[in-house]
Design a protein around this ligand. Structure first.
Ligand code: NAD
Length: 248
């Protein structure tokens, strides 16, 4: 997709690899300056090298979204260096699957901390700048399992459903200030997160997808670009499923 993002400053959390990195790349290809960030030093360095080689306009800032100081640093440094933040994309996420009977406190807590509290922390830290600008767009990456639930993913589904409730609430709070908040709910996407699944599990998932294929990170980046663009200025508080028709 081609949309002009010249002079736009976009933050993408968890953009060292997978969907986040693809989103970041798509924005830079369309003229934006992107802040890539991740808690994995290895992934961030890999992304940084790739972006340098391709000549993209970017800055890499390490950030663990569960760490309040890291988050504050990510947002403040971006604003200090570029004088504005146009779009915040909350993409960082993890899974720690288990059946409810065997779910450990640590598995529950770490998934909620990363996937849900992380979104709260980055959003709260950026709001003062969005208010000052009287403009901003927040795009939160949820999942279709936040809508449907999934066996073995009570922690993950709860975190992703939480993102939807959180986003709709702040969409209502912030609309009057010209700040939009939307949610993208991917289905089954081909990334390092899903590549660890056994082939049999993948085939079963694909059978349930009307379009009969896994999604690609580009499928997700395309909708994010659209929501971040002026074409979507009148859209807020919406969940947009990108899932090959899995949930309808
Ligand atoms: N792949 C899918 O099928 C799928 C489906 C629905 C939703 N999603 C969501 O899309 C997002 C991206 O997923 P992906 O498939 O690219 O996964 P991925 O594991 O390939 O990438 C996630 C990235 O987030 C980073 N990250 C994890 N915890 C972090 C933290 N505390 N602070 C900062 N960075 C952190 C990881 O290091 C990694 O680089 C996630 O929120 C995921 O839940 C993915």
């Amino acid at each position: 997709m081609e949309i002009d993002f010249n002079d736009k400053v976009i933050i993408v959390t968890g953009s060292g690899r997978g969907i986040g990195r693809e989103i970041a790349e798509s924005f830079t290809k369309n003229g934006a300056t992107v802040i890539i960030s991740d808690y994995s030093t290895e992934s961030l360095i890999e992304a940084e090298n790739l972006f340098k080689t391709k000549g993209y306009s970017f800055k890499a800032i390490p950030c663990d979204v569960t760490n309040r100081e890291d988050v504050q640093n990510l947002i403040d440094l971006t604003y200090k260096e570029f004088g504005k933040i146009d779009v915040l994309i909350n993409n960082a996420g993890i899974t720690k699957d288990n059946l409810i009977l065997r779910m450990k406190d640590e598995q529950w807590d770490s998934v909620i901390e990363t996937n849900l509290k992380g979104v709260f922390l980055t959003t709260r830290a950026s709001i003062k700048y969005f208010l000052k600008q009287r403009y901003g767009k927040i795009i939160n990456i949820s999942s279709v399992v936040g809508i449907t639930g999934n066996i073995g993913q009570s922690n993950y589904s709860a975190s992703k459903a939480g993102i939807i409730g959180f986003s709709k609430s702040i969409a209502r709070e912030l609309a009057i200030r010209n700040i939009t908040v939307n949610i993208v709910a991917p289905g089954f996407i081909d990334t390092p997160m899903t590549s660890v699944l056994p082939d049999g599990v993948k085939e079963n998932f694909i059978k349930k997808i009307p379009l009969k294929r896994m999604g690609t990170p580009t499928d997700i980046a395309n909708i994010v670009l659209f929501i971040a663009s002026p074409l979507a200025d009148y859209i807020t508080g919406q969940v947009i499923n990108v899932d090959g028709g899995m949930v309808m």
